[in-house]
Design a protein around this ligand. Structure first.
Ligand SMILES: Nc1ncnc2c1ncn2[C@@H]1O[C@H](COP(=O)(O)OP(=O)(O)OP(=O)(O)O)[C@@H](O)[C@H]1O
Length: 944
């Protein structure tokens, strides 16, 4: 067992005697049951957890219950587990930052006396921030949201309040929502919500299942609160204490909403903001408008790989990982996170970000210079937050100082720039920097630190107030030095009296037990024993020598200790005072943090655009109701960044009335998904303000990206996959408009071919005719391509359908070797043949199956447009063809056999992967098989 468990060797021993255990158990039993709380008990060198928590930790983090020990005896015993400090940090990070389904409590004490010292939840990390970010940067600031939905005449209205405790922002909004809670989902995604408060009845009721599903799709922790906590009555008064500046705008904002004030009220109670006066006057209140940013739901975030995931093999798998070229500690990364969740809609705002990026792309020297300086900037935002929450010490003040003195270099680098965008750089950075770093602001802080802190001691790792800062401290320091001199001369005098060399013979020690003492080796003691016994007091005789003193040393040492004590107390008081004064500069630091993190992210965009093997280009941006979406020579930035990929660029021309709706066909593995996702990713990047991996790009701003991709990639989830697919599609049909972008991949794969095709056709028609959103629709239903067929006179086959164009990803088959080569080139027109059998051949199908499949396929009509046009255009062409296809028993058998073989091969892979869970996997597979092949006999998993 030990070898399997890396942490096992570090498992601390649970050392409690029977009495201690008894005392602890009596306390532990008094704790109220809280299913979500994981409680830890600090035992100084290690931590422990008990009962259900112990089992949870053993199973989740140690992956074995053998680490469990029993505390107490007989029926009173409870399971317990010990956790090292490192392991505690790992568990806390996982619970609060990754899985986000528990809260953590930390208790300190002994025997039967314990008290709660820290508690944290995913939305409110509280004092666990120290543990979580002691060795890691804080990359994302958690946000807690409270929702209050209600059904009225117009449908469902949702009141929303939120708090970002790191940025000290409180916000509220209210909106109508559809039955899928599309708006709730985009608000949670946009805000980066980690925890959501819901009234208890709503969190439990099956009537609100759709809302609960929306929350679960976003992966937020739901915290149930009593309905009585949803009170907005005293909200303005409460906010009056928390906000900086005038309360009137807050009053005006709050009075615009009916439900949101109550939601926000519950949040203020939950976060206990009013109970700490360090929060007073520190918050800003804002209206979060859903219409200010591009809306993205959780499916789109996943489809476009916007955020990094734990399973990413390398950081370039996600857009965040790829675009994160920030230099500051934490602040830049948090802003990038926010920007990626809130792409802009305003053309001018997008263009001004692009202007700044262009300035930094064009002036490499300026960019490199600024980035060098930013590398030395600490997380000013968090440091200043800690100062305010009185969690800071002199080290934090010094860190702020060290960052502050670099700002003059950043300012002068920016001022040297005289390129095309100098006015903008001046307005956005140089002038605000000049203001905040001026004599009345940052310079005052710099002067405070330079006069108060002993900066010379920093090299030794000591953070102290310089004695010159305070007359009392100076006096104490002088006295201390004078006493030190007297002790030194006594040392010399005594050495000469004893006829011993100073230091080498007679040492002067300073310890906690005796204070100042003389020490000699045992050998020397023999030489001076007589003098020692008559003139000195021997304190201790040990292997390392004999310690002794005399009345003079005792007196001087005593005085020295007293002065030292006074000096330390004085230092402590002064440190508190300096930290407190530094806390009055938070407005300066917050403003500087905003400026610097923005500069950091924009410089990162410029760095990415310039340093890619094929440089990025600046997109042209037009409002959402004009212009087309044209990407020439575009690439998927994350796929392109993988070492093993030689990426083939493609053009995408979404032109209104011509190719606003594109059907993409082509062989499996041909690059369809990559292509449609890369269009979404490029648009998102543009609206965030980044250059694009394209040769040329123009983009009509999109207010929303809807994506339904990927369900086909997790086929083994069976029926739920289809349900998921339908839910996501329903959200698209409900929420999208002509200003959105829709990306759909492999729709209708999770059900029968007839149903799937029927749904796909109907959805396409609805999007083209009703929604009119630019759409990329990748499909294996070749029959869908007839949506775009035109008859000989150029009229669309189906009269009303205009603006549909066919594209396909090309592949080459060598006629002699029958070798299939993917060209990854997206070209106009429908795919004129199916490559399924070639792909099966690639997958090492048995030759007999491939030959039979070839034979039977040859008997079928081909997929060419010409053949399709031959059919009656008024009849559903594809349906007819697919019915013919499945009426043919032989083909049906061949296809079924082929599918079953793929399936059984996959079954073995999965069973192999799901080590130890083969029964479960087999059950999954059988359920899947029953769905896919309802009329055929069941497969057996056997040795191949
Ligand atoms: N433009 C490209 N240039 C180079 N390689 C590409 C390109 N597009 C895709 N690929 C590679 O091909 C692989 C398959 O691409 P993708 O998943 O997009 O195919 P697909 O047509 O959607 O397949 P399926 O229909 O089976 O889902 C990708 O993982 C990528 O490595």
């Amino acid at each position: 067992m030990d070898e399997d468990l890396p942490e096992q060797s570090k498992l601390p021993e649970l050392k409690l005697d029977a009495k201690q255990a008894q005392g602890f158990l009596s306390f532990f039993r008094t704790l109220p049951h809280e299913g979500r709380a994981v409680r830890f008990f600090d035992r100084r060198e290690y931590f422990t957890a008990h009962g259900e928590n112990a089992t949870f930790i053993a199973k989740t983090y140690y992956r074995t219950t053998t680490v469990l020990r029993q505390l107490g005896s007989g029926s009173d015993a409870i399971s317990s587990v010990s956790v090292s400090k490192n392991m505690f940090e790992t568990i806390a990070r996982d619970i609060l930052l990754e899985t986000m389904d528990h809260t953590i409590e930390l208790y300190e004490g002994s025997s039967a006396n314990w008290r709660l010292v820290k508690s944290g939840s995913p939305g409110n990390l509280g004092s666990f921030e120290d543990v979580l970010f002691a060795n890691h940067e804080m990359q994302d600031s958690p946000v807690t949201v409270a929702l209050l939905p209600t059904i009225g005449e117009n449908g469902c209205t949702v009141g929303l309040g939120f708090i970002d405790l790191t940025k000290r922002v409180i916000g509220l909004t209210e909106f109508l929502d559809d039955s899928h809670f599309t708006n709730v989902e985009s608000a949670l995604v946009g805000l980066g919500c980690k925890e959501c408060l819901l009234p208890m009845d709503i969190a439990k009721s099956s009537e609100w299942k759709a809302l609960q599903d929306a929350l679960s799709r976003c992966g937020v922790m739901v915290t149930e609160r009593k309905k009585s906590e949803y009170k907005g009555r005293d909200l303005v008064q409460d906010l009056g204490r928390l906000v900086k500046g005038s309360i009137q705008p807050v009053h005006d904002l709050v009075s615009r909403f009916e439900l949101a004030p109550a939601a926000l009220g519950s949040l203020l109670t939950y976060a206990e903001l009013l109970s700490e006066d360090s929060n007073y006057g520190k918050y800003t209140v804002k209206h979060y408008s859903l219409d200010s940013y591009m809306r993205l739901d959780s499916a789109a975030m996943r489809a476009l790989n916007v955020m990094e995931s734990k399973t990413d093999a390398n950081k370039h798998f996600s857009l965040f990982g790829l675009m994160n070229k920030t230099c500051t500690a934490g602040m830049g990364k948090r802003l990038l996170h926010m920007w990626l969740k809130q792409p802009l809609l305003d053309v001018n705002e997008i263009n001004s970000r692009l202007d700044l990026v262009q300035a930094f792309v064009e002036d490499t020297e300026l960019r490199q210079d600024l980035r060098q300086h930013l590398k030395r900037i600490s997380d000013i935002e968090r440091l200043s937050c800690n100062l305010q929450k009185k969690r800071a010490g002199l080290q934090h003040v010094v860190k702020l100082y060290q960052s502050s003195i670099r700002l003059s270099y950043i300012r002068s680098a920016l001022e040297r720039y005289d390129g095309h965008y100098s006015a903008l750089i001046k307005e956005r950075f140089s002038e605000p920097l000049e203001f905040w770093t001026g004599n009345d602001r940052l310079q005052k802080f710099i002067a405070l630190v330079e006069t108060s802190v002993d900066l010379d001691q920093l090299d030794k790792g000591e953070y102290m107030i310089s004695s010159g800062y305070d007359s009392k401290l100076l006096e104490l320091k002088d006295e201390q030095e004078s006493l030190e001199c007297q002790i030194q001369s006594l040392h010399k005098q005594t050495a000469s009296d004893l006829d011993l060399p100073v230091d080498k013979g007679l040492k002067l020690d300073k310890g906690t037990q005796f204070g100042h003492v003389f020490r000699i080796t045992k050998k020397e003691e023999q030489k001076i024993r007589k003098k020692l016994t008559t003139q000195f007091i021997v304190l201790e005789t040990r292997k390392d020598g004999v310690k002794f003193t005399n009345s003079k040393l005792k007196r001087l040492g005593g005085q020295y200790q007293k002065i030292l004590e006074e000096y330390r107390n004085c230092q402590k008081e002064l440190v508190q005072r300096v930290v407190q004064i530094s806390g009055t500069f938070t407005e300066v630091f917050e403003s500087l943090a905003t400026l610097l993190s923005e500069l950091d992210v924009l410089l990162g965009f410029a760095e990415l655009a310039s340093n890619c093997p094929t440089p990025y280009t600046r997109p042209e941006i037009s409002p959402s109701d004009v212009g087309d979406i044209i990407l020439e020579g575009s690439r998927h930035p994350c796929v392109e960044a993988q070492d093993w990929v030689n990426f083939i660029p493609n053009d995408c021309r979404l032109v209104r009335g011509k190719s606003w709706f594109q059907i993409i066909t082509g062989p499996n593995m041909g690059g369809k998904s990559t292509f449609i996702r890369q269009v979404g990713v490029n648009i998102l990047m543009a609206q965030v303000g980044s250059f694009l991996p394209c040769d040329k790009a123009s983009i009509s701003v999109r207010d929303c990206i809807f994506a339904r991709v990927g369900a086909g990639d997790c086929q083994l989830r069976g029926v739920s996959t289809f349900m998921q697919e339908m839910l996501e599609t329903a959200a698209i049909l409900n929420g999208s408009t002509d200003k959105s972008l829709i990306i759909i991949d492999e729709l209708g794969r999770g059900t029968s071919t007839y149903d799937g095709f029927g749904l796909a056709w109907a959805i396409c028609e609805h999007i083209v005719q009703e929604i009119k959103a630019p759409t990329l629709f990748a499909t294996h239903f070749h029959e869908l391509t007839s949506l775009a067929q035109e008859n000989a006179s150029g009229e669309p086959l189906t009269k009303q359908i205009i603006g549909v164009a066919n594209y396909h990803v090309s592949a080459h088959i060598d006629s002699s070797s029958r070798k299939l080569t993917m060209l990854y080139k997206v070209v106009p027109g429908a795919c004129d043949q199916s490559f399924g059998i070639h792909v099966a051949e690639f997958a090492n199908f048995p030759e007999s199956v491939v030959s039979l499949a070839r034979l039977k396929a040859a008997e079928l009509e081909d997929f060419s447009p010409a053949t399709i046009i031959k059919n009656d255009p008024t009849e559903e062409v594809g349906l007819k063809r697919s019915r013919e296809f499945f009426d043919n028993d032989d083909v049906c058998q061949a296809v079924s056999l082929a599918l079953r073989i793929v399936f059984v091969v996959a079954a073995f892979e999965v069973v192999g992967e799901k080590d130890g869970q083969s029964q479960e996997a087999t059950a999954d597979l059988k359920a899947y098989e029953a769905m896919m092949f309802p009329h055929s006999c069941s497969f057996e998993i056997c040795e191949v």
